[in-house]
Design a protein around this ligand. Sequence first.
Ligand code: F6P
Length: 365
Amino acid sequence: VPAPKRIGVCTGGGDAPGLNAVIRAVVLSAARLGWEVLGIKHGYQGLLDVSQTRPLTEPDVREITALGGTILGTTNRVNPLAFPAPGPGGGTVTVDRSGEVLANFRALGLDALVTIGGDGTLRIAQRLFEQGLPLVAVPKTIDNDLEATVVTFGFDTAVSTATDALDRLRTTAEAHRRVMVVEAMGRLAGWIALHAGVAATADVILLPEIPFDIDAVCRHVLARERQGLGYSLVMVAEGARPVGGEVVTTDVREAGHEVKLGGIAALVATQIAERTGKETRTLVLGHLLRGGPPTTFDRLIALRFGAAAVRAIQAGQFGSMIALDPPVMKAVPIAEAVSRPRRVPLDCDTVQTARSLGICLGDPA
Ligand code: F6P
């Protein structure tokens, strides 16, 4: 008789449409095998405070495939390896609480963990795995900047939302003969800006991968003007920066959290207005890209990621991350997936297509 199995599942980092579909697939696949599933709430928080857990059975995951957010809650602030604690003299220090995570994992009677998250969550997962926690990771990021998987769930939804926004902004930009500068998420990689920008035929797309020359952008805007096209749509990734310049950050500073990017659209818009005399407006899409129901594509791959994670546990493939390598889902070492961010290759087909379509990517002349 096989030993009874009990697995945990948690969602960490920024949310992404499709998280609930992954949870559903994990719960139903595990139930088929006779395993129990415990939901760990708020990322790794539920493994530091065991009251933050809840059993998950079939009724708990009914009709959640199309639901945005995560029924387990998430956070990008809880790192058990560097947890803020009061320090001497009233300051704050960070302490390693991974021992508690392992002890709680055992106390909860868990045999394995499915951890769903992006770069930060996966790095923590790798360390917990090295310390003896049997886990399988499912990659998650709307930014699509994780190595080893060709795509993450949530990305397609974010691109669809951004494309829809650009389509809507085009008509008002045209009506007013304005330059609309639209900022999309994408800290390290410009996948969302590139895909939505090409799909919606933005006139300019600025990516973190190509430091931009504002003069090249302005020349493009003015060339359109001479062609009688008095408006332009500029799509800029939050992590884009001018040649020789820095990324633009907000003044939001949260302990143990990466610096928040934001504001590049305003900077670009101001410079375009100054240099071309054109009226400009900005829109930061921000968290809108993380909300709403996942697209059909994201629902399907999220369900596939969840089911594959349970199969990987069954096969004892701990320390691995499920990766989509079409047409298959495969298990790859987590360490490989977090080795470096997956940036947009400058020679990739979509970049070439953007250039062929006459879209300005801000390259210096
Ligand atoms: O990593 C995903 C992401 O969407 C980034 O593009 C963005 O900078 C970040 O999350 C914002 O996260 P939050 O505002 O939730 O801390």
